[in-house]
Design a binder for this molecule. Structure first.
Ligand SMILES: [Zn+2]
Ligand SMILES: [Zn+2]
Length: 163
């Protein structure tokens, strides 16, 4: 219920880090974490996902309808959480308001659901110079750096050639 109430209040978490307290509801946090057990439980976990594209599927199915008919060029996708509710709000705040607190929470949450097999490298999505100016920095690069430090998987970079 804690997350639902938080979203009803407008979904603004505590933007200043308050060590020991949940970023969403201010209850005491789990040891070393930015959230409490209740809010963690209520996050939109992607429990049954298409193994190729990561979209939610019915329990027991391994591929979604799109991947059965017209599969994408990539073979697997890991998406532990759905772009909904509190997660949507966190991504929005990180992407458009450059909130470091939101970024830290997203990196911590990504580390809770690492892929079964780590790939060869992290490749942050490159930005156009215009987007880089607008957003201040490349958020996917920032996240990849944190994951690289924790998981040890190397980082590679790419240059965007088309807007
Ligand atoms: Zn909480
Ligand atoms: Zn799919």
């Amino acid at each position: 219920m804690a997350l639902k109430q938080w979203l009803q209040r407008g979904g603004h978490w505590i933007k200043q880090a308050m060590p020991g307290y949940c970023a969403f509801c201010l209850a005491p946090a789990l040891a070393g974490r930015g959230w409490c057990a209740t809010c963690l439980d209520e996050l939109p976990w992607n429990l049954h996902a298409c193994r190729q594209c990561g979209d939610p599927v019915s329990h027991g199915e391994s591929l979604c309808g799109y991947c059965l008919i017209d599969p994408p060029a990539f073979s697997t996708t890991q998406a532990g959480l759905l772009y909904q509710g509190a997660i949507k709000q966190l991504v929005h705040d990180f992407k458009f308001h450059a909130s470091p607190r939101a970024g830290m929470l997203l990196a911590e949450l990504m580390l809770l659901t690492p892929p079964d097999k780590l790939g060869d490298a992290f490749l942050p999505v490159p930005m156009t110079p215009m987007h880089a100016r607008f957003r201040g920095f490349n958020q996917s690069h920032w996240l990849a750096e944190r994951l690289n430090r924790q998981l040890g998987t190397p980082m590679v970079s790419a240059r965007r050639i088309k807007n």
